[in-house]
Design a protein around this ligand. Sequence first.
Ligand SMILES: NC(=O)c1ccc[n+]([C@@H]2O[C@H](COP(=O)([O-])OP(=O)(O)OC[C@H]3O[C@@H](n4cnc5c(N)ncnc54)[C@H](OP(=O)(O)O)[C@@H]3O)[C@@H](O)[C@H]2O)c1
Length: 301
Amino acid sequence: MKAFQFNEYGGPEVLFEADIQEPQAGPGQIRIAVRAAGVNPSDWKRRAGQYRDFEALSFPSGVGVEASGLVDEVGLGVSNVSIGDAVFGFGTGTVAQFAVLTHWALKPDDLPFEAAAGLPVIVETALRSLDEIGVTRSETLLVSGAAGGIGSAVLQIARHRGISVIGTASPGKHGYLRDLGAVPVAYGPGLAERVRPLAPGGVDAALDLAGSGIIPELIGIVGSPSRVLSVADFTAPQFGARFSSGPPKHPERVLAEAAQLYSEGGFRLHLEQVFPFERTAEAHARSAAGHVTGKLVIAVA
Ligand SMILES: NC(=O)c1ccc[n+]([C@@H]2O[C@H](COP(=O)([O-])OP(=O)(O)OC[C@H]3O[C@@H](n4cnc5c(N)ncnc54)[C@H](OP(=O)(O)O)[C@@H]3O)[C@@H](O)[C@H]2O)c1
């Protein structure tokens, strides 16, 4: 089968299209014929060696941690899917014609394969962040970096839960944030002054999804570090704020919730671009440039 791999850490140019043996589904796993794979910042950070101190890779290494497709092989002990079922979920080496999934959910019929492939990481991270920060109905949440993949999920889930959201994005994306139910504000110096009139009752909690070095400013806006959480800035705990990271604690539950949110009409995924398989390196470069709106996806078949 064809798969994207890399043999050394580096830029997008280290990626190459390999012809390799299909992977096998182990116990508790399934293999899918991949229709689409999501692109995440973790893909190019891992490829660039940014995780090498805590996650050693063996080369050649595959690319991609989420996908959608049709079940093609069912591992020992798996009884909730059959060959041919359309599913989406978490896996390894998903930018390939076949990939093993470790956690999955049935894909709703009206959810396109491309959008389904982009849901696992962002919905898991959004649900985990909202739960860990403990933000509840009628509270006001400030989201830094609201127009990207995780931001798009946070805004829609928050709207579903009755949470008021103020989101930061570059000015051209303010209409996008409004469509997702948030009040937009520009990021950059003077954020606190711009947020104040938008939240007369104050901001109850803040999420940093951009890792742009604004944890102290967010703490100043919220008034306490205990309700400031970052998924992108490892230094957050140095200021008394929280840092949240995977692996997913309840992957199956999260995937089922993503499917349900979509089916109930409470969730839509804007795909900025669907790249053909051969242009995987370009998709990595676009993600690394740091200004994605919604999600990038690679169409495999
Ligand atoms: N810890 C975890 O569990 C976990 C899990 C998944 C992802 N992550 C991390 O979370 C981060 C976000 O992931 P993602 O998938 O949402 O990324 P993404 O889709 O690439 O979106 C990044 C967003 O950041 C915005 N942005 C860029 N510079 C900014 C700034 N200075 N201030 C505010 N916003 C800015 C961009 O919008 P504009 O065009 O408006 O600038 C863009 O929409 C990444 O660093 C990723 O590695 C962490």
